[in-house]
Design a protein around this ligand. Structure first.
Ligand code: UDP
Ligand code: MG
Length: 140
């Protein structure tokens, strides 16, 4: 797997607040190419599986409930150093700690409702991209 891909979701709060377009503009302005994209709503089973790594954390069920509360946009993005550069673009998990100009600083409501997901490693980018997209949904 190329190490230049990452996986993102525009989360329900950012879809609800009408910021899909603004966030996609920031992503493409930062030099990411979209390789796959879908507008969808997760089932509880999918959200639980996606966030399984957090299942012992106190916020797990709240996170699952939030992630299924409305539609999301899922996408695979490509750029040199995609995983790290995308984490820089989105900013810290808690928007009050995120740097100026980051997606979460601009659009996140709270640490829980924080507008976007970004993979934290090349390995997880591959796992998460494969979780949401079949190979014929990925362009190039
Ligand atoms: N989250 C939360 N409360 C917390 C920490 C995380 O609700 O105290 C949620 C938040 O939506 C976050 C997600 O769980 O994006 C996954 O947490 P992680 O620590 O992986 O943060 P991320 O990688 O998204 O910055
Ligand atoms: Mg994470």
């Amino acid at each position: 797997m190329a190490t230049n891909r990452t996986f993102t979701m525009i989360k329900p709060d950012a879809v609800e607040s009408g910021n899909i377009g603004n966030i996609l503009q920031m992503i493409t302005d930062a030099g990411f190419d979209i390789k796959a994209m879908k507008f969808t709503q997760l089932t509880e089973e999918q959200a639980k599986k996606f966030y399984e790594v957090h299942k012992e954390r106190p916020f797990y069920q709240e996170l699952v409930d939030y992630m299924i509360s409305g539609p999301i946009v899922a996408a695979i993005l490509e750029k040199d150093n995609a995983v790290a550069d995308f984490r820089s673009l989105i900013g810290a998990t808690d928007p009050t700690e995120a740097e100026e100009g980051t997606i979460r600083k601009k659009y996140a409501e709270s640490k829980a409702k924080n507008a976007v997901h970004g993979s934290d490693s090349d390995e997880n980018a591959k796992i998460e991209g494969d979780f949401h997209f079949s190979s014929d949904e990925v362009i190039g």
